[in-house]
Design a protein around this ligand. Structure first.
Ligand code: HEM
Length: 279
C-alpha cells in the first residue's frame, strides 16, 4: 500500500473511532437524562400526593403532620407561608425542569419553552429565597455544614439563573443551553441529596451518618456533593463533547453510565424507602 493510501485508511479509522466515541457519549447522556427525568417525576408524584391533600384538609397547620420536623410553627406566619410556597413551587420546578432539556419540545414548542423557562427561573429564585429564610430563621437538621452547603446552593441558583437568562436574551443559544443545564443541576441538588442518601443507606447501611443528629462525615460529603458532583460530571461531558480525543469521550461516557446506575439505584431506594411509605 502506498503512503497516501495508508494515510487515508488511518484517517478513516480515526474518523470512525471518533464517530463511535461521539455516539457512545451521546447515548450515555440520553440514558442518564431518561433515568433522572423519571426519578424526578416520581418525586413530584410523591409531593403531589402528599402536600396538596394535607393543605386542602387542614390548611398550613397540616404541615405538622408531615415528615418535616419544623414544618409548622404556630404564630410564625412568614415561616409557615415560606415553607408552604416552597413545597408547592417544588412541584412546578422539579416537574417542569426536565421538559426544558428535551430538544424535541424545545424546537417544536418554542412558546412553551420560553414560558416554562421564565416560570422555572422565577420560581427557582423565589423558592431559594424562601429556603434561605427558613434555614437561617428556623434551622434544619444537619448542623452548620448543612446550613452553609444548602445556602451555597441558593447562591449558585441565583448566579446560574442570571447567566442562563443573560445568554438567552442576548441570543447566545449554545452558551444559554450549557448554563441552563448547570442551573438544572443546582436546582435538582435537593433531589440529588435525597437519592444520594438513600443510595448510601442501601449500599453501605449508612456508614458515616449519625441517625440521631443527622450529621457525620458521609453527610458532609453529600451536603456539598449534591451540587458539585453533578456539576463536575456535566463539565466532563461538555469537555468531551468539545474534544477531538476519542479516549476522553469514552472515559466521560463510562463516568456518565456509572452516574446513571447510581441515579437509578438511588431513585429506587428513595421511592421505596422514603417517598412511598409516607403516602
Ligand atoms: C430550588 C430547589 C429546591 C427544591 C425543589 C426544594 C424542595 C424542597 C421540598 C420538596 C421540601 C420538603 C421536604 C420533602 O417533602 O422532601 C423542602 C424542604 C426544605 N427546604 Fe428546600 N428545595 C429547594 C431548595 C432549597 C434551598 C436553596 C434551601 C435553603 C437555602 C432550602 C431549604 C429548605 C428547608 C429549610 C426545608 C424544610 C426542611 C425541614 O424543616 O425539615 N431548599 N425543600
Amino acid at each position: 500500500m502506498s503512503d497516501t493510501a495508508a494515510n487515508q485508511v488511518l484517517h478513516q479509522q480515526i474518523i470512525a473511532r471518533g464517530g463511535i466515541a461521539d455516539r457512545t457519549l451521546q447515548i450515555s447522556g440520553i440514558s442518564w437524562f431518561l433515568v433522572a427525568a423519571l426519578g424526578q417525576w416520581v418525586f413530584v408524584y410523591y409531593l403531589l400526593a402528599h402536600y396538596p391533600p394535607i393543605f386542602a384538609k387542614k390548611g398550613m397547620p397540616g404541615l405538622a403532620d408531615t415528615s418535616m420536623p419544623g414544618g409548622y410553627v404556630p404564630g410564625d406566619l412568614a415561616g409557615n407561608l415560606a415553607i408552604t410556597a416552597h413545597v408547592l413551587i417544588a412541584i412546578i420546578i422539579i416537574g417542569g425542569g426536565p421538559l426544558q432539556l428535551i430538544p424535541a419540545i424545545r424546537n417544536r414548542f418554542r412558546a412553551f419553552h420560553r414560558w416554562m423557562g421564565r416560570t422555572y427561573v422565577t420560581f427557582s429564585v423565589l423558592t431559594s429565597t424562601a429556603g434561605l429564610y427558613l434555614v437561617w430563621t428556623r434551622g434544619v437538621p444537619g448542623g452548620m455544614v448543612g446550613h452553609l452547603a444548602i445556602s451555597l446552593d441558593a447562591v449558585l441558583i441565583y448566579l446560574f439563573a442570571g447567566i442562563a437568562v443573560y445568554f438567552a436574551v442576548t441570543r447566545q443559544i449554545d452558551r444559554h443551553r450549557r448554563w441552563a443545564m448547570r442551573l438544572f443541576m443546582v436546582v435538582s441538588a435537593v433531589w440529588f441529596f435525597r437519592i444520594g442518601i438513600m443510595f448510601w443507606f442501601m449500599t453501605t447501611g449508612g456508614v458515616g451518618i449519625d441517625p440521631e443528629t443527622f450529621e457525620g462525615p458521609a453527610l458532609k460529603v453529600l451536603y456539598f456533593g449534591q451540587m458539585f458532583i453533578p456539576l463536575a460530571i456535566l463539565q466532563l461531558y461538555f469537555n468531551a463533547q468539545d474534544s477531538d480525543r476519542a479516549a476522553l469521550k469514552i472515559m466521560a461516557a463510562i463516568t456518565v453510565f456509572a452516574a446513571t446506575t447510581v441515579t437509578a439505584v438511588g431513585t429506587f431506594a428513595a421511592t421505596m424507602g422514603m417517598w412511598l411509605p409516607r403516602l
